[in-house]
Design a binder for this molecule. Structure first.
Ligand SMILES: [Zn+2]
Length: 268
């Protein structure tokens, strides 16, 4: 039985840290346990209490558990009061938090409640998944990475004009949307569908940025079709100085020189 969260569907993976954090905020110290179950593991578990000794622990054969599809995980209590101690209604409280993140809680199942179990049924129950994809392997091919960038609001100023933008904060660095930067700096932005090049007409010479680091000039992040560039890098490339203005709480852009004419951003 795997305990590896990274084997789960990306959307489930994205929910888990938020879910654990919200539990913690409510004084519920939760630990994830089982995640993905292979066919061999599900078969073995199904045999337990039937053809093999032990108590019955599962009601379904492969691939009719959401654990087989990367859509389910189990949790236990991690506050030193006993992993499955539910004398104080602990699991129901955790279940409520899980549900607030769109998860289904096994404790709500009428016939066979499974309090440590959570699953995402957004793509349907296992019968639906079997009908649609036949095997978990086929389903996996449809998985897409979830964007989990952190957006923060920051003020920027140029020529005395202050603007507020949502920027991506990645490992302490801020990435601004190219379009927002153009707006701040009063530049026109055009996009050429054929060359897939975004031109930011500027006072600058041809500076090129390639998303994906091929040209290793400036790192850019693509989020929902928009390119975000690191504020510090881009300011430097564009010939701007940046600094922090405490009076209006903004990062200011000040022209350093005027040598560059065009900034080209290559789309992924
Ligand atoms: Zn489970």
């Amino acid at each position: 039985m795997s305990r590896d969260i990274t084997l789960l569907h990306p959307e489930v993976q994205a929910i888990i840290p938020k879910f654990l954090n919200e539990c913690k905020n409510r004084g519920l110290i939760v630990k994830t346990t089982d995640t993905v179950r292979t066919k061999a593991e599900q078969d073995k578990l199904y045999a337990q209490g039937r053809t093999k000794p032990g108590n019955i622990v599962t009601w379904v054969k492969y691939p009719y558990s959401n654990h087989n599809w990367g859509m389910a995980f189990d949790i236990c209590r991690n506050d030193g009061k006993g992993a499955y101690n539910d004398s104080d209604g602990w699991f129901k409280k955790v279940g409520q938090v899980g549900k607030s993140f769109g998860l289904e809680w096994g404790g709500d199942w009428k016939d066979t409640p499974d309090k440590p179990h959570f699953e995402l049924t957004k793509y349907g129950d296992t019968n639906t998944l079997v009908k649609k994809y036949t095997t978990p392997e086929n389903f996996k091919k449809t998985w897409k990475e979830v964007e989990s960038y952190m957006f923060v609001n920051r003020n920027y100023s140029y020529n005395g004009k202050v603007k507020s933008f949502n920027v991506i904060n990645e490992k302490g660095e801020n990435f601004i949307r190219v379009r927002d930067l153009a707006e701040l700096l009063n530049k026109n932005i055009t996009y050429d569908k054929n060359t897939k090049i975004t031109n930011l007409d500027d006072i600058l010479n041809n500076v090129s940025i390639e998303v994906g680091n091929k040209k290793s000039t400036v790192k850019a992040i693509n989020s929902n079709g928009f390119n975000f560039v690191k504020v510090r890098d881009i300011a430097d490339f564009l010939g701007f100085e940046t600094g922090y203005n405490e009076t209006n709480n903004s990062v200011f852009f000040k022209l350093k020189n005027s040598i560059i004419e065009k900034l080209k951003i290559f789309k992924k």
